[in-house]
Design a binder for this molecule. Sequence first.
Ligand SMILES: N[C@@H](CCC(=O)N[C@@H](CS)C(=O)NCC(=O)O)C(=O)O
Length: 198
Amino acid sequence: MMKLYWSPRTRSFSALWLMEETGQPYERVLIDISKGAQRTREYLAINPMGKVPPLQDGEATLAEAAAICAYVAERYPQAKLAPPPGDPLRAKYLYWLFFGPGCIEPAMVQVATKIDISPTAAGWGDAQRVFDVLDVALSKGPWILGENFSASDIVIGSALNFAVKLFKMVPARPSFERYIDSCAARPAFVRATALATG
Ligand SMILES: N[C@@H](CCC(=O)N[C@@H](CS)C(=O)NCC(=O)O)C(=O)O
């Protein structure tokens, strides 16, 4: 059984949502980051970054929420969380999976810190560009790939839920609100929310 290390009200929400979407049993191990549990020697052997969430699957261990999404979608193909190799939709699936940590995350940090950096040098350009691109991509819906929900929605949906709805760091737009509402209506999201609040 897969083992997910998590902490309440953190980025481990996306991994909880993912595991709930699979319908597969998994074990949750609480790592309370407010108490420093992420800094023990045992935990650092699991994730040397001292961050949540990591996942263990037998001999395999990995961290980084988006990588966990890719891994679990591949391990449980029956959950249909990823277009299979060879499907043309897989290109956009991978694009959005990487867009989360590669562009949305740094854009959120830029908004929060007001850091000034050349948009040509910054891999994400700037926050305005990132959220404009997302706005266009989400204008049709219902999901980031169109009709098919995938693990890339877990990455993008969790990030937008945090940035727009929970922390109000990014101004709401109709496409964002509709998309977040669609994510939040999924039974797996509802279960993960109940779990993640601790
Ligand atoms: N890049 C990581 C970020 C994970 C992360 O920053 N987690 C925070 C909680 S939201 C954490 O574990 N903080 C504990 C610490 O840094 O001590 C991912 O996407 O999984």
